[in-house]
Ligand binder design. Structure first.
Ligand SMILES: C[S@@+](CC[C@H](N)C(=O)[O-])C[C@H]1O[C@@H](n2cnc3c(N)ncnc32)[C@H](O)[C@@H]1O
Length: 382
């Protein structure tokens, strides 16, 4: 059990209305915890905190995306920072449409619609042949925001955009998702006194808190054996023979794996491109990653308390990309490649896209050059 502070003084306080909405969500979650016998797995808590209709972070009206804390936003993504990201991503998307002879794009988790608007314009400028651009987002609340962005920034192409309530059984075209896999709920596991527990959520005197239960399901035991093997191999590489002992916390990404299987089964022809924070398996279950990768974002501050203002802050976990690749390959898909965002953008020609901007136009060129620097150098190689 790990009760943690719920209101760090250093973070800006939400409005009274926002706090009331968060309290209402906590009451809903508490009812569900009680009905389940006092404990919910963390992935169910995370799903409620992010997507409970009307109350979750992505479905309850928070500002979410933006550049600064004082505009009420919590984090920024690459397509929000610069149009160069979409203009660069459009190149491999156009290439995949052409190579597969398909004419449709589906974007999952379109956020504010910035990436969609940028991609529509850039695909058009590249002369890519596409008929429809479909958006699937768990958050119905974001749909209006996406429509406004696309109508303002890509008005001539807006008629090709449609929003899907359910996935088509079959799809031919190019699938994209930027920072979507890391917004999917994860289960948590913690090794305590040498024994694996599943870290779930209970309601105690101080409110929501972590609560750890012994792991007994065979599939979880098998999964944790893989985690231990990766961990031990990493130590062995340094000549240290030791198993995981205490206080090692990690995540299991069942929702992202199931999503990948569904998308790859749906995709009968074309390609899927997912960009996200994450690592291959041997780095994900690395001996030094003792706290796992769960992270929360509130007003552009990152912290580790998922029970702070439920519904008002983002909760995310890095992606274990080896599992994602295996999930796709298991459905019969081919793995086209896996690389860092920096290399992907370089290979896709981000410097050529920058070269297309007149350097004497300082107003456009300087932020663009800065964005390239951030995307290529700042995003690192991992
Ligand atoms: C961190 S935001 C990223 C938004 C946008 N792609 C960007 O880069 O700015 C995550 C988005 O994924 C959506 N999402 C999460 N799970 C999803 C799923 N299974 N299907 C579709 N959208 C999903 C959320 O509603 C949210 O809009």
């Amino acid at each position: 059990m790990n009760p943690i502070a719920h209101q760090p003084d250093s973070l800006p306080a939400p409005s009274l209305a926002a706090l009331a909405q968060s309290d209402a969500l906590v009451a809903l979650i508490r009812t569900e915890i009680d009905a389940a016998g006092g404990w919910l797995p963390f992935d169910r808590y995370m799903e409620r905190a992010l997507y409970a209709p009307g109350y979750g972070y992505y479905s309850g009206g928070s500002m979410k995306f933006g550049l600064r804390a004082d505009d009420g936003s919590d984090f920024v993504t690459a397509p929000e920072m610069s149009p160069l990201f979409a203009a660069t991503l459009a190149r491999p998307v156009a290439q995949a449409l052409d190579a597969s002879g398909t004419r449709h794009v589906i974007e999952f988790g379109a956020g504010t619609g910035k990436l969609a608007a940028g991609l529509l314009n850039a695909l058009d400028a590249l002369g890519a042949a596409f008929d429809t651009y479909s958006i699937v987002d768990l958050s119905g609340e974001l749909r209006e925001r996406q429509r406004e962005t696309i109508e303002a920034e890509a008005p001539a192409l807006a008629s090709r955009v449609r929003w899907l309530d359910a996935l088509p059984a079959q799809f031919e075209g190019v699938v994209i998702g930027n920072e979507v896999l890391d917004a999917m709920p994860v289960r948590l596991f913690a090794r305590i006194d040498g024994v694996w527990h599943e870290r779930g959520v209970a309601f105690g005197d101080t409110g929501l808190r972590f609560d750890d239960r012994l792991v007994s399901a065979p599939q979880d035991i098998a999964f944790l054996a893989t985690v231990e093997a990766e961990h031990d191999a990493d130590l062995a590489a340094d000549g240290i023979a030791s198993a995981i002992t205490d206080d090692y916390v990690t995540e299991r990404h069942e929702a992202a794996l199931a999503f990948t299987r569904t998308v790859c089964t749906m995709l009968t022809r074309g390609a899927a491109i997912f960009l996200d924070y994450g690592f291959p398996r041997h780095e994900f279950y690395h001996a030094q990653r003792v706290q796992g990768t769960l992270m929360c974002h509130y007003r552009h501050r990152a912290h580790g308390d998922p029970f702070l203002y439920p519904g008002l802050q983002d909760i995310t976990a890095h992606v274990e990309f080896t599992g994602i690749a295996e999930a796709g390959v298991d459905t019969g898909a081919d793995l086209l490649g896996y690389t860092s965002q920096a290399r992907f953008l370089m290979n896709a020609g981000i410097t050529d896209v920058l070269g297309g901007i007149d350097p004497s136009d300082a107003k456009r060129f300087l932020p663009a050059a800065n964005a390239v620097q951030k995307a290529v150098v700042g995003s690192g190689d991992g």
